[in-house]
Design a protein. Structure first.
Length: 171
């Protein structure tokens, strides 16, 4: 899917986090009409975000119970606006562009690995660091860049190349 989700579709997905439900049940929870919710459930189903869980006979009709196919939806930053192509390592757009690339690349690599029956080998490191002044942030970024360059040189080229993205934002 390449366009943003409508607010009601986001609400439907949120409602399905509690477990499978029918359009009627979701409509009741959301304060919307069953027909309106059903329209959005069908659209989410076409997009692969919702799937049929079971069908139940109810009052002479068949009630469709659906469930979400994922527990989280990642939104690519370019969906909400164009990112500038600047390479300033202290610019938010640079961090967002790197994060968007990471999401695209890892999702594609994981899909390919799963299709081959393999597990994608990745790593993630997180930490919170406090800075008293903006100059401390710059000093930290410089030291971190130097250390990453040293490690990259130490491990050198190999058969498996990894892209390492390090970024920071206010917590």
């Amino acid at each position: 899917m390449s366009k943003p989700l409508a607010p009601l579709r986001r609400s439907v997905l949120e409602g399905l986090r509690e477990g499978p439900a029918s359009a009627t049940e979701l409509a009741s929870r959301l304060g919307e009409s069953r027909q309106r919710v059903n329209y959005h459930v069908r659209a989410l189903e076409r997009d692969g975000l919702v799937e049929l869980h079971e069908e139940r006979a109810r009052r002479g009709c068949t009630e469709r119970i659906v469930r979400a196919t994922c527990h989280a939806v990642v939104v690519e930053p370019t969906v909400v606006g164009e990112l500038r192509g600047e390479q300033d390592r202290f610019a938010a757009d640079t961090l967002l562009a790197g994060g968007a690339r990471l999401v695209r690349d890892v999702a594609a690599a994981r899909t390919a690995a799963t299709a081959r029956g393999q597990r994608l080998l990745t790593f993630a490191i997180e930490a919170e660091v406090g800075f008293s002044r903006p100059a401390d942030l710059e000093r930290f970024a410089d030291a971190l860049a130097d250390r990453v360059a040293e490690l990259a040189a130490e491990f050198g080229p190999g058969e498996r190349t990894y892209r390492v993205l390090i970024g920071g934002h206010p917590a």
